[in-house]
Write a protein that binds this ligand. Structure first.
Ligand SMILES: [Zn+2]
Length: 332
């Protein structure tokens, strides 16, 4: 039966501060982190170039409010286990920013699973079910770590190493959690080795509708054949590393988006930076000189003007910033 009339409820998307109507997501940056941290190093070597709770949390609040003032309404933060996710800290930030923050469940690794999982689940000595499925589904349906904050996206990774046995377990668990909850899937890929296609194959084998999958880091390549092949199978493409000019410079990232728009692929693109307020993978003091454009405001200040100058229309920009992310997050 068609969903019409007063009984039809507006689609809701989960954010840190609770469910938000999909129509209120506004302009979305589809892949931004707030903090990417290495908790074991933080606990054991706090003196070694670490995270500073007292100053980094207020600084994140300041920078996210600055982003909201630029006209961005929502960010998707795919910081999952493996990247130092701490939802209570994100709640403290979210309480003070005028921005929707959609958080994720999933697991971030390029090759092996953490030892915590080696003896648990399929292939282990106890014959138990995959614990990742229960973890992911719990984060989506009950909330994360007792906070009640529900994940709005599933996240997984395929890097240069391809689909190792550990990665295969994560992809299968993500697919299963997706089937049980309807939550969309976003990924990290190594674009240079065309890992997005391998991810699509893996998800297709698990019966996932590929239009519910956002293949991440597509903007790291200029390989249009690869990108169009991903889009032709229905997925969204994350042009989501604007500012990471060491992998691919600004002009070439812009040019790739322009050429996809010219070919009518704007219905498949989302824009973002994959930036963070603080990431402890890189020395704090060196980051600005190595990646000066890698911050939340590069898209609004530099990328959008460049796209307009190259003939991308307001309607196409709206698709990439508003319509496509909403369709992805809300599933309509
Ligand atoms: Zn990321």
């Amino acid at each position: 039966m068609a969903e019409t009339g007063p009984a039809r409820r507006a689609k809701q998307v989960q954010t840190v501060r609770g469910p938000v109507s999909a129509s209120r997501l506004g302009r979305v940056l589809a892949h931004e982190h707030i903090f990417v941290l290495s908790p074991e190093f933080l606990v054991n070597y706090p003196e070694y170039e670490g995270f500073r709770e007292a100053s980094d949390v207020p600084e994140a609040v300041r920078r996210l409010n600055e982003l909201a003032a630029e006209g961005i309404d929502t960010i998707v933060d795919p910081t999952v286990v493996g990247l130092g996710r701490d939802i209570r800290r994100i709640q403290r930030v979210a309480a003070e920013v005028d921005l929707n923050i959609v958080v994720a469940t999933g697991l971030y690794t390029y090759r092996d699973l953490p030892h915590f999982l080696h003896q648990r689940g399929p292939g282990g000595p106890f014959g138990d079910a995959e614990p990742l499925v229960e973890m992911f589904v719990g984060d989506i349906t009950d909330g994360i770590a007792g906070t009640g904050v529900k994940a709005g996206v599933l996240k997984c990774v395929t890097d240069r190493a391809g689909i190792t046995s550990g990665i295969a377990r994560v992809l299968r668990a993500v697919a299963e959690a997706h089937h049980r909850t309807g939550t969309p899937i976003m990924t990290h890929t190594h674009a240079g080795s065309r890992q997005g296609l391998a991810q699509q194959n893996a998800f297709e084998a698990e019966g996932v509708d590929l239009s519910r999958v956002l293949i991440g880091h597509c903007g790291d390549t200029t390989d249009l054949d690869y990108l169009m092949a991903l889009a032709d199978r229905g997925s969204l493409l994350g042009m989501d590393r604007f500012g990471v000019d060491t992998i691919l410079p600004f002009e070439r990232r812009v040019d790739t988006v322009v050429r996809l728009c010219e070919r009518g692929y704007d219905e498949h693109l989302v824009l973002s930076h994959d930036a963070a307020c603080y990431i402890d993978w890189l020395p704090r003091d060196k980051l600005p000189s190595v990646l000066p454009n890698w911050h939340y405001l590069h898209i609004t200040r530099d990328v959008l003007p460049a796209l307009r100058q190259r003939g991308v229309t307001e309607r196409q920009l709206r698709r990439m910033l508003v319509d496509n992310p909403r369709r992805f997050l809300a599933g309509d």
